[in-house]
Design a protein around this ligand. Structure first.
Ligand code: GAR
Length: 267
């Protein structure tokens, strides 16, 4: 990897666990096939093995503590955000008791402020969620996206089916005959942002969840790196449809061949 190449976008990669997607990016970066520089890896989980993978590759690896024990978190958060307004816009904390909901939101915002400050110190062009198991509030998303969409996520299902934390389990339990993986921009809903790329894999009779997960994960590695390369090459165009919902179109002339390659690989 040429870490001083000014043309390569810089990535902040967020993880919570094993980090095999991160490893796939690191491997491609070392092999010169990822057109981006991984500037920093951050995790909400100090034990995440992905942090070790980053350290081994000589990349800064940071833990962000989400267990905020601040006294009066609402007061603290209100120093830099209008919490009542944020509460009206947010869709992720559903606690019906308003004061408990505000306190949870405040604690989330305090953790996200730390996350945002740490990320910004590395001046990334994109924030890549790779098995990051936290929902992001509109505070963090707005903070990161002020110059356009910047946060992307890999999801282990064919969205909009099966949002949430158990994409492979849901695919298996529903008896789907095809599963899929999705890379999308992150918006204020749960796995609802504009879809950038998807790939599918067959579920053969008699297979178990582990077979499915492994087949899906190997596609995740391909699709995520390809999306990063498309972003680096300026091949990700965001268009507004008649309903106002942003839609992504990939402008790479090799798009069909690349997608055909994913299908062949999955079969
Ligand atoms: C991946 O399957 C990723 O798609 C999923 O977590 C796994 C992380 O694996 N993400 C989500 O479910 C997000 N909702 P990894 O740590 O080995 O890359």
């Amino acid at each position: 990897m040429n870490s001083s190449d000014p043309r390569k976008p810089r990535l902040a990669v967020l993880i919570s666990g094993g980090g095999t997607n991160l490893q796939a990016m690191l491997d491609r970066s070392a092999a010169g096939t990822l057109d981006a520089e991984i500037a920093v890896v951050l995790s909400d989980n100090p034990e995440a093995f992905g942090l070790k993978r980053a350290e081994r590759a000589g990349i800064p690896a940071l833990h962000i503590d989400y267990k905020i024990s601040a006294q009066s978190p609402v007061k603290q958060a209100e120093r830099f955000v209008d919490l009542a307004d944020l509460d009206r816009r947010q869709k992720i904390i559903k606690n019906p008791d308003p004061s408990e909901r505000l306190a949870r939101l405040a604690r989330l915002v305090l953790a996200e402020r730390e996350l945002a400050l740490r990320i910004e110190a590395f001046r990334p062009d994109y924030v890549c969620l790779a098995g990051f198991m936290r929902l992001l509030s509109p505070y963090f998303i707005g903070h990161m996206n002020h110059e356009g969409p910047k946060i992307i996520n890999i999801h282990p299902a064919l969205l909009p089916a099966f949002p949430g934390r158990s994409g492979y389990e849901d695919t298996f339990q529903y008896g789907c005959k095809w599963g899929g993986v999705t890379v999308h921009f992150v918006d204020e809903g749960e796995d609802t942002g504009p879809i950038i790329a998807q790939a599918v894999y067959p579920v053969w009779p008699g297979e178990d969840i582990e077979k499915i997960r492994n087949r899906g994960l190997s596609l995740e590695y391909e699709v995520y790196s390809q999306v990063i390369n498309w972003l680096a090459a300026g091949h990700v165009a965001i268009k507004r449809g008649p309903g106002g919902r942003p839609r992504v179109e990939i402008t790479d002339p090799d798009y069909a061949a690349i997608v055909a390659g994913w299908v062949r690989k999955a079969l």
